[in-house]
Design a protein around this ligand. Structure first.
Ligand code: PGA
Length: 249
C-alpha cells in the first residue's frame, strides 16, 4: 500500500545546495509509487517549482501567516506560497509551538487560511516528555485536535493530514515505541470520529514523525493506522531519503 513520505528541511541548505539535492532526488524517486512531499524554506520554493514541475514530487512550505496580507513585516502568506506552486504547508510543528510560542488559536487560524487558499495542511500534534511521563499524552493530543480543528468542516478534512510528532522524539534520536505510535494513531482516529464521523475517521491520513531514519522507517511504516512519515534530519541525506521514498510498503 502506498504511503505519504514527507521531508521537512527545517532551516537547512541554501537554495543552491537544495537545487543539486532536488536534481538528484527527482531522478532517484521517479518510479516510486508513494506520495512524496518536500517541505522547504520559502527561499527554495521557486527552485522546487522549477525542478518538481511535472514530476511525482510535491512540495510545500513549513509555515504560513495567519493573515492573508497586510502590514506584517517578515511574514509570508498562503497565497504567496501557492503562487510559487506549493501545494502543502506544515502548520503547528512543535518547533513553532515551543520556540515561537504558537498557540492552538493561531494554529487554528492558520489552518483556515491555508484551506481557504487551496493548500493542503500537515498539522503536527504531540506531547512533551513530562506529559507522556504523566500518562496524559492521549488526552493532550485530543485537546490539541479539538482546538486546532475548531470550525473546520468535514469536507475540508480531506486536505488536513495529521502528523503525530511527540516533542521528545523530534530531532533527538529517540523514537516512540510501536505500541505508543499505534495507540496514538487510534486515539487520533477516535477523536476524528467523535468530532466528525466514522467515515471521516477512516479516511483520515495519519503520519508519524520524530527521529524516523533509514534504520527504523520500515518498522514504523508497516504499522496499521500509520499512513506515512514526516522526516526531518534524515531527509537531508538524498541517498537515504530516496531509499525511504522509493520503498514498496
Ligand atoms: P526529525 O524531525 O526527523 O529530525 O526528528 C521530524 C520533524 O521535525 O518533522
Amino acid at each position: 500500500m502506498k504511503k505519504l513520505i514527507i521531508g521537512n528541511f527545517k532551516m537547512n541548505t541554501t537554495p543552491s545546495e537544495f537545487k543539486s539535492y532536488a536534481m538528484t532526488f527527482v531522478t532517484k524517486v521517479k518510479s516510486s509509487k508513494n506520495d512524496i512531499v518536500l517541505c522547504v524554506p520559502y527561499t527554495h520554493l521557486s527552485v522546487a517549482k522549477e525542478l518538481f514541475d511535472k514530476s511525482n514530487v510535491d512540495f510545500g512550505a513549513q509555515n504560513i501567516s495567519e493573515e492573508e496580507k497586510g502590514a506584517l513585516t517578515g511574514e509570508i502568506s498562503a497565497s504567496m506560497i501557492k503562487d510559487l506552486g506549493a501545494t502543502y504547508t506544515i502548520i503547528g510543528h512543535s518547533e513553532r509551538r515551543t520556540k515561537f510560542k504558537e498557540s492552538d488559536k493561531s494554529i487554528n487560524k492558520k489552518i483556515k487560511t491555508a484551506l481557504a487558499n487551496g493548500l493542503k495542511v500537515l498539522l503536527c500534534v504531540g506531547e512533551n516528555l513530562q506529559t507522556r511521563t504523566n500518562k496524559q499524552a492521549c488526552q493532550f493530543v485530543k485537546k490539541q485536535l479539538d482546538d486546532d480543528l475548531k470550525g473546520i468542516y468535514e469536507n475540508e478534512l480531506e486536505s488536513v493530514i495529521i502528523s503525530y510528532e511527540p516533542i521528545w522524539a523530534v530531532g533527538t534520536g529517540k523514537i516512540a515505541t510501536n505500541g505508543d505510535i499505534k495507540k496514538m494513531a487510534e486515539t487520533i482516529r477516535k477523536e476524528i470520529a467523535y468530532l466528525y464521523s466514522e467515515k471521516a475517521s477512516q479516511k483520515a491520513t495519519i503520519l508519524y514523525g520524530g527521529s524516523v531514519n533509514i534504520n527504523n522507517y520500515k518498522k514504523i511504516l508497516q504499522l496499521e493506522n500509520v499512513n506515512g512519515a514526516l522526516i526531518g534530519g534524515a531527509c537531508l541525506d538524498v541517498d537515504n531519503f530516496s531509499v525511504i521514498a522509493r520503498e514498496k510498503f
